[in-house]
Design a protein around this ligand. Sequence first.
Ligand SMILES: [Zn+2]
Length: 395
Amino acid sequence: MTLPTDPAKNLADLIRCPSVTPEDAGALDTLAQMLEPLGAKSEKPVFSDENTPDIANLYATIGEDGPHLMFAGHTDVVPVGDPDQWKFPPFAAEIADGVMYGRGAVDMKGGIACFVAALARHVEKNGPLKGRASLLITGDEEGPAINGTVKLLEWARERGESWDAAIVGEPTNPEKLGDMIKIGRRGSMSGRVTVTGRQGHVAYPHLADNPVPGILALGQGLIAHIFDEGTDEFQPSNLEITTVDVGNPAVNVIPAKASLAFNIRFNDTWTAESLQEEIHNRLDEAAEHDCAERGLEAPVDYEVEWIGRVSPVFLTRDEKLIETLSASVEAVTGERPKLSTSGGTSDARFIKDYCPVVEFGLVGQTMHMVDERVPVSDLETLTRIYERFIQDWFG
Ligand SMILES: [Zn+2]
């Protein structure tokens, strides 16, 4: 059997499976077959939950004893939009001028293709791995993310699996390959503030209680001061008001209710709890201040509701993992990558509860776009970086 040493071929095989969440379209089997010549043991647990589609996942492991490295990622992709807008059919993996086009090229079948090629090259040159490498691949990252990484990690742990370090192969580089390794992520939390008043005629305000001035004062109170100035590793925490809702179509009616929603991206000077306390304090202060300003009998009555699940903040401090990956990038590209915690959340937020985790993959510029694409030379470079990392981390 030929080893899967060519990342472009690996990627083309994966792109040709139109695995738009929740469809798998053969992507995981294609990957499992690709890993077979490496002696991988693969299992494909399917997870289900109420109100979400069943999702297939893949756990493939190579090697026996020794240090255990996890490579995590996803084979599902976002929809293509209007296929006629694409230069080439989005699941054809067409190459033009040294660039491969296709949905998932960078986010993130490309990262998987390169990691598999790196493993294959390492084994081809050095023989069996001095430890274990496991691929933890979900088909549910771009969708509801209910039947994916969270359950796959639990499933593996129940079977006695544990890992010493993990790399997530999401596209982390903003401009060019080797720019950036992500060593943590800010937390994310959303909430809604509601002020309830009393509906009435605008000409008789004394008979009504308008909630709009109150919600405006509370919103102003939320953003009046900075939360912190950031740290060496993190940007300052930031709150954005994302909507203000009154929903009143009439110009002569005082509405009964007004609300606003916000999202906070926060660094490790806060926990979800301390931040919620801070929000309540800010709202109380704003309500007091508004009461004095407008000469009200009592501060406006408000309610806060926390929306969805909180993504906790995390920072990886594993010297060996970070240094080995940084040195591998530098050895191949000649430049040292920036260590960053910027951007949105990723599945690394779940993996961090099991082992130290960093993220490094392709350049993210065309992800989720029409004509998602990757230079074949980038695939080669990333494969060489991963190969170097595998050699040194296990070495
Ligand atoms: Zn992704």
